[in-house]
Design a protein around this ligand. Structure first.
Ligand code: UDX
Length: 427
C-alpha cells in the first residue's frame, strides 16, 4: 500500500531513495537544510549527477516534493527515512550530529509509524536512537535499519534491482512495513536485528575494500616478480569461490563511503578494545597505493621539480562527478609538493574544488592538458581515455611518459606508439 514518506537529506542517497520510493508509488517529501539545494530541487533542477535520476525525479513530480522545513515534511509522514551523511569527526568516528538533529525534529510528528535509518552508522546507533525516541514521547513509533549498498554512478539501478534488501528491526510489524515500501522490487529480503543490519553495511564495505587492497598487494608482488596482475586477477576471479568483482588493480579506492566507513569501522573496533588487523592492513595498502604512483613516475623522470604533469581523470571513479576522497587529490597534492606543475582534465568533476586543486590548471580537452607535458597519469577509468588519439598525444607531449593508474590501456600498443608506459602490476 502506498505510504507517505519523509526523506531527510537530499544528497546522493536521500535523493535516490526519494526518487525510487516515489517511482514505486509512495508520496515523498524530501527535507534538506541547505536552502540553495532545496530551491534548485523545487525549481526542477537536480543538483547531483546520477544516471537516470533526473528523469526519474521529473516523471514523479506529482508524488515528490522538497522542503527546508521538517514539520512540513512530517505533516503527513508515516515513515521518516534518515539519509543524512555521517562524515568522520577529528577522531575518525562517524559524526552522528546530523542524524541526531533529524531524530530531534521528529518530536510531535502526528502520523509517524516508523523511523528508518539508511545513513551508515556505527553498530549500536539504532539502540541509542530507540532510547531517544522513547524519551521524546515517540514510544509508539517503530525503528528499523535499512542500509543501502548502492554504488555511485549506478545508484538508481542498484536501488531498483538490488542484490538484496537488508531490514533490521525488533518486531515483525516494522519489518513488514519496510518490506512493503519496496513492493515492486524483486530481491531477497534479509531480515535481522538492528545491530546486525548496521554491521552488515560496514562489513560489506570492508569486504569490498579488502578485495581491492588484496589485488593491489598482489599487483605490487607482480611488479617485483614479473607476473601480470590482469592475467592473475582474471584467472582467480573465475574460481566461483572467489568471484570476479572488485579485483581490478589500480591506484586504490576513494569515494564518499569506503574511506570514511573503513575509518569508522576501525574506530568502532578500537572503541570496543579490538585491534582490527586485517582492516588496518587494507587501509594501509590503499594509502600507500596512491603514493606508489608518484614513486613510479619519479623512477622514469627523476626529480619532478619543474615538470609539467597531465593528470587525466579526477573523480574517484567514472560515471560520477564526485570528488570526495578521490585518489587523484592525493596525486595532485603530491605532484605539487614535488615541485611539478599539474594540468588536469575530467569530463564531470566540478569546476570549484577545494585545495590543492586551485594550484592546478584545468583543461576542457584531454589533448590540451597533454600538450607539452613531461608525463601523463591516468587516474580515473573514464572510457574517453581509451578512445583518445594517443598517437597524437605522443607527438604533443614533451616526453611521452605514462603512468596508467587504472590499467586502462594496452601496454604493447602504448609502447609501440613510443610511450614509456607504466601501469599497476603489469610487466
Ligand atoms: C561503495 C560500495 O560499492 C557501495 O556498496 C556502498 O554503498 C558505498 O561504497 P562507491 O563508493 O560508489 O560504492 O564506489 P565503488 O564502485 O564501490 O568504487 C569504490 C572505489 O574503489 C573507487 O575509487 C574505485 O575506483 C575503486 N575500485 C573498485 C578499485 O580500485 N578496484 C575495483 O576492483 C573496484
Amino acid at each position: 500500500m502506498p505510504r507517505t514518506i519523509a526523506v531527510f537529506g537530499a544528497g546522493y542517497i536521500g535523493l535516490v531513495t526519494a526518487a525510487c520510493l516515489a517511482e514505486l508509488g509512495h508520496t515523498v517529501v524530501v527535507r534538506d537544510i541547505q536552502p540553495e539545494r532545496v530551491q534548485r530541487l523545487q525549481a526542477g533542477e537536480v543538483p547531483i549527477f546520477e544516471p537516470g535520476l533526473a528523469e526519474m525525479i521529473a516523471r514523479n513530480t506529482e508524488r515528490l516534493s522538497f522542503t527546508l522545513d521538517a514539520a512540513t515534511a512530517l505533516a503527513a509522514a508515516e515513515v521518516a527515512y534518515v539519509c543524512v551523511d555521517t562524515p568522520p569527526t577529528v577522531s575518525g568516528d562517524a559524526d552522528l550530529s546530523r542524524v541526531w538533529s533529524v531524530v530531534d525534529s521528529l518530536r510531535g510528528a502526528p502520523a509517524l509509524l516508523a523511523v528508518v535509518v539508511k545513513s551508515t552508522v556505527p553498530v549500536g546507533t539504532g539502540r541509542r536512537i530507540r532510547t531517544v525516541l522513547n524519551e521524546s514521547g515517540l514510544e509508539h513509533v517503530a525503528y528499523a535499519s535499512n542500509p543501502e549498498f548502492t554504488a555511485e554512478g549506478r545508484a538508481v539501478a542498484d536501488f531498483m534491482t538490488p542484490d538484496r534488501i537488508v531490514i533490521g528491526g525488533s518486531d515483525q510489524d516494522v519489518i513488514r512495513l519496510v518490506a512493503d515500501l519496496h513492493h515492486g522490487i524483486n530481491a531477497p529480503i534479509e531480515v535481522m536485528d538492528v545491530a546486525s543490519a548496521e554491521m552488515t553495511k560496514l562489513a560489506a564495505n570492508a569486504a569490498l575494500m579488502t578485495r581491492i587492497s588484496f589485488i593491489n598487494e598482489i599487483a605490487a608482488l607482480c611488479e617485483l616478480t614479473g607476473a601480470d596482475v590482469e592475467l592473475v586477477s582474471k584467472a582467480i576471479g573465475l574460481d566461483h569461490r572467489i568471484g570476479a568483482h572488485f579485483l581490478q588493480a589500480g591506484i586504490g579506492w576513494g569515494g564518499s563511503c569506503f574511506p570514511k566507513d573503513s575509518e569508522a569501522l576501525k574506530q568502532l573496533a578500537s572503541n570496543t578494545g579490538y585491534h582490527p588487523q586485517l582492516l588496518n592492513a587494507a587501509i594501509e595498502v590503499n594509502n600507500l597505493q596512491k603514493r606508489r604512483a608518484i614513486q613510479t613516475l619519479k623512477q622514469a623522470l627523476g626529480s619532478l621539480e619543474g615538470t609539467e604533469i597531465a593528470l587525466l581523470g579526477m573523480t574517484f571513479k567514472p560515471s560520477t562527478d564526485d570528488m570526495r576522497e578521490s585518489p587523484s587529490t592525493v596525486l595532485a597534492a603530491r605532484l605539487l609538493a614535488e615541485g611539478a606543475r599539474v594540468r588536469c582534465w575530467d569530463p564531470l568533476a566540478p569546476q570549484e574544488l577545494p585545495e590543492p586543486w586551485s594550484q592546478t590548471t584545468r583543461h576542457p580537452r584531454a589533448l590540451d592538458a597533454l600538450d607539452g607535458a613531461d608525463a601523463v597519469i591516468l587516474a580515473t577509468a573514464w572510457p574517453e581515455l581509451r578512445e583518445l588519439p594517443w598517437h597524437e598525444a605522443h607527438d604533443l607531449m614533451r616526453r611521452p611518459v605514462m603512468f596508467d593508474g587504472r590499467n586502462l590501456l594496452d601496454p604493447a600498443k602504448m609502447r609501440a606508439l613510443g610511450f614509456t608506459y607504466m601501469s599497476v602490476g603489469r610487466p
